[in-house]
Design a protein around this ligand. Structure first.
Ligand SMILES: Nc1nc2c(c(=O)[nH]1)N[C@H]1C(S)=C(S)[C@@H](COP(=O)(O)OP(=O)(O)OC[C@H]3O[C@@H](n4cnc5c(=O)[nH]c(N)nc54)[C@H](O)[C@@H]3O)O[C@H]1N2
Ligand SMILES: Nc1nc2c(c(=O)[nH]1)N[C@H]1C(S)=C(S)[C@@H](COP(=O)(O)OP(=O)(O)OC[C@H]3O[C@@H](n4cnc5c(=O)[nH]c(N)nc54)[C@H](O)[C@@H]3O)O[C@H]1N2
Ligand code: SF4
Ligand SMILES: [Mo]
Length: 697
């Protein structure tokens, strides 16, 4: 197969975050080498993770053969036929005994568009289950819910990243791009930044104004900023009149959030609230952007909506040079939420409950609408139900490491252990893979073709430099192999990414995220294509849509909707037993559950163990010293971390990165309260106590 021959160099993109920095991969003396390309989002730069990404291709414990857990309880190598036959036989047996919803799938926002699409199809048709969701639920779901409600469509940034470069003011609510997307900072150099973060992050250090609220109080703060914008005359009345609906109802809530009340709840001084609104109001071009700090709450959707309300009152969304956006996180966090691996969705960002959507997708899949299951459980609810009465008894994981990254990890570990069958496809023995009954070794980014959609909604090609190591298959090949063994026709599960993409285009046609006009040929010719990009049979090809909403929003009447939202407390607030807030997040050197970056020596050396940031006074009261060990305990459990004294921390708050496994997992303490609209867990706030520990973390 010529398609499999190694190439000397390829233009592709970084395997990690949603910025999808452009790279060129080639062969060097000691293996694969990477350099940045002049792609507009990274403009010739990469972060430390991007530079070291090739190291993951050759990690010493790379999975190269399927593993089966034997009668002795150990994982042992097996051939592919044996592994896939075993999985298919056990899936059939469980389905015969307990019905199709006893089989479940957990996907990931790092999967290519093709994989996400085929995984959704595999779950609904080959397994016949409604029980599929993915880690994007932990990531983008709150902003997505708010964006869909306000604008009729959810595309993280409805404008290209480079547009930010011309802004006068940018408000970043709960985002730390200086560590999570460093090359993005190049586009933020000109603007005055307003950063809302309980911590003085590297991003906050570069801000004109840093608002440092109590964790979990952004909703009150956003209502307060709207209050000031309207009372102090910064509201764009003409825009509100012509381009929006629902202002009065939203204002009825915000009117009660006068600045002094907001200061009491959030801790942000009135003068700073006013200064923020002035910076935004005076700007000719301004943006409001949200990150996980504002969104990963049991009121994350309402909080994102409150920031959208503020942006609407200032007349920003749908105006060239200004806007609202959310910073999507994972490599394919955008595409991953469009092609049907979410419990309530079908390809094209269609809703699984919509009869027309079901009819369209059933046609493309060569089946009838009643053959398609309905909506399933959301990610945490799915994990929580594993092995329970009426819950799934088998789980297939593609592209996630929930044992480290899901909330309340002790509970998740217990549920995974209660399964009759756990199958994990991965290229490294992640913590979750190590507990599996069957581990399937798959190809990595530089070893396969595909496409991803970055945080701007731009569709990108991932290209193959090398063949996968001997014994390793692609995710598409794995899905094909399982589907056929489950009795599906082989042609329904193509293993060629191009063929899957062509089917995805048809499935997305007419949907919100319409890819039908995008082809590998157009992408390979260097066209910059942002969805929606419908096919125009016979006519000029559609140019794609870099900027959405300029002529109107994607709602039936073309107007954006203000949301009627009000503040509420987090599910947990400090009390006598647990007197501090804990919040969690990321550091530059590690990615997510750390399954990949902990295996790269340079990254692991940068942050080799879990730590907790604590204000020196708070630490002293608890008897903790710099470099010592802290036990951090919530109502769910205890995690162990190295103490870092940070003078700029709030004295009522501690911070833990969530990249480490074992006893140092931050998710041993996080809670399971879910946002009622998005089903997002409250990763960003829980109540804890801290005390000295004896063991090193
Ligand atoms: N280095 C690195 N980069 C990454 C990733 C990674 O794992 N590592 N992951 C990628 C992914 S999937 C994602 S989703 C993005 C996430 O990117 P970000 O949203 O930038 O990342 P986080 O660190 O989770 O959260 C951002 C900030 O929220 C703050 N925060 C905590 N609680 C609150 C609160 O109640 N209110 C407010 N306003 N802020 C709060 C934290 O202090 C933190 O600095 O990063 C992407 N890029
Ligand atoms: N406390 C706390 N917890 C959090 C968060 C937080 O801020 N605080 N953030 C949440 C967020 S935003 C996210 S996105 C999640 C992410 O957390 P996870 O879902 O655990 O994400 P990763 O660590 O990227 O796990 C991806 C796994 O899949 C593998 N993998 C990568 N690419 C592929 C592929 O193409 N195919 C297959 N088969 N495997 C692949 C990797 O090797 C890795 O083992 O964590 C969430 N958890
Ligand atoms: S910012 Fe994101 S995409 Fe760019 S090099 Fe770093 S991890 Fe990769
Ligand atoms: Mo994420």
């Amino acid at each position: 197969m010529p398609d499999r021959a190694p190439r000397t160099s390829v233009a592709t993109h970084c395997p990690y975050c949603a910025l999808q920095c452009g790279t060129r991969l080639g062969h060097g003396a000691s293996g694969t080498v990477v350099e940045p390309s002049d792609f507009p989002v990274n403009d010739g730069s990469l972060c430390q993770k991007g530079w070291t990404a090739p190291a993951v291709l050759d990690v010493p414990d790379r999975l190269r053969r399927p593993l089966l857990r034997g009668p002795d309880g150990r994982l042992a190598p097996a051939g592919w036929d044996t592994a896939l036959d075993t999985v298919a036989t056990r899936l059939r047996r469980i389905r015969d005994e307990h019905g199709p919803d006893a089989l479940a799938v957990f996907g990931g926002g790092g999967l290519t568009n093709e994989k996400a699409y085929l995984l959704g199809k595999f779950a609904r048709l080959a397994l016949g289950t409604s029980q599929i969701d993915y880690n994007g639920r932990f990531c983008m779901s709150s902003a997505a819910a708010a964006g869909n409600a306000a604008f009729g469509l959810d595309r993280g940034l409805p404008f290209p990243v480079a547009d930010l470069g011309a802004a006068d003011t940018i408000l970043l609510a709960g985002a730390n791009p200086a560590e999570t997307m460093p090359p993005l900072m190049r586009h933020l150099r000109k603007a005055d930044l307003i950063v809302i973060d309980p911590r003085r992050t590297k991003t906050a250090e570069r801000a004109a104004l840093h608002l440092q609220p109590v964790p979990g109080t952004d909703l009150a703060l956003a209502l307060g900023l709207l209050h000031i914008a309207v009372s102090d005359g910064w509201c764009d009345k003409e825009y509100v009149q012509e381009r929006t609906t629902g202002f009065d109802a939203a204002w009825r809530r915000a009117v009660t959030w006068w600045p002094e009340r907001v200061e009491q709840v959030t801790g942000v001084p009135v003068a700073e609230q006013r200064a923020a609104v002035e910076l935004l109001g005076e700007a000719r071009r301004a943006y409001v952007l949200t990150g996980r700090g504002a969104e990963q709450h049991s009121k994350g959707a309402d909080t994102a909506a409150a920031f959208i309300n503020l942006a609407l009152a200032l007349g920003l969304p749908g105006v060239a040079g200004s806007g609202y956006g959310c910073l999507t996180g994972q490599g394919n966090g955008q595409g991953g939420r469009e092609h049907g691996q979410k419990a309530d969705q079908l390809p094209g960002y269609r809703m699984i409950t919509d009869p027309e959507a079901r009819a369209h997708v059933a046609r493309v899949w060569g089946t009838t609408p009643d053959a398609l299951p309905g909506p399933g459980r959301s990610a945490y609810e799915l994990l929580d139900a594993l092995g329970t009465e009426g819950g799934p008894r088998a789980l297939l994981v593609f592209g996630s490491n929930p044992l480290v990254s899901a909330p309340h990890s002790a509970r998740v570990a217990e549920r995974l252990a209660a399964l009759d069958l756990l199958v994990v496809a991965d290229f490294v023995p992640s913590e979750t893979a190590r507990t599996a009954d069957v581990v399937l070794p798959v190809a990595q980014w530089a070893e396969e073709e595909g496409s991803l959609t970055n945080l701007e909604g731009r569709v990108l090609r991932r290209r193959r430099l090398l063949p996968p190591p001997e014994g390793v298959r692609t995710d598409l090949e794995v899905l094909h192999g399982l589907a056929v063994r489950l009795g599906e026709p082989a042609h329904r599960y193509p293993t060629s990414p191009r063929q899957v993409f062509d089917e995805l285009r048809r499935a997305s046609r007419g949907g919100t995220a319409d890819y039908s006009g995008i082809t590998y040929e157009r992408l390979d010719a260097g066209e910059a294509l942002y969805w929606p990009c419908p096919e125009r049979p016979g006519g000029q090809p559609h140019p794609g849509t870099p900027r959405l909403f300029l002529d109107g929003f994607a709602t039936p009447d073309g107007r954006a909707r203000f949301a009627e939202v009000d503040h509420r407390d987090p599910a947990e607030t400090p009390d006598a037993d647990h007197p501090l807030y804990a919040t969690t997040g990321r550091v530059l050197a590690h990615y997510q559950s750390g399954a990949q970056t902990r295996r790269v020596p340079e990254l692991n050396d940068a942050v080799p163990e879990p730590y907790v940031e604590i204000h020196p006074d708070t630490a002293a009261r608890a008897g903790l010293r710099e470099g010592g060990t802290a036990r951090v305990t919530s109502a769910r459990g205890t995690t162990v971390a190295r103490v870092r004294l940070v003078g700029s921390m709030r004295t009522d708050t501690v911070f833990l990165p969530f990249h480490h496994p074992g006893a140092g997992r931050a998710n041993l303490i996080t809670g399971t309260a879910l946002d009622p609209r998005s089903r997002m867990p409250e990763f960003k706030v829980c109540a804890v106590r801290i005390e000295p520990g004896s063991d090193a973390p």
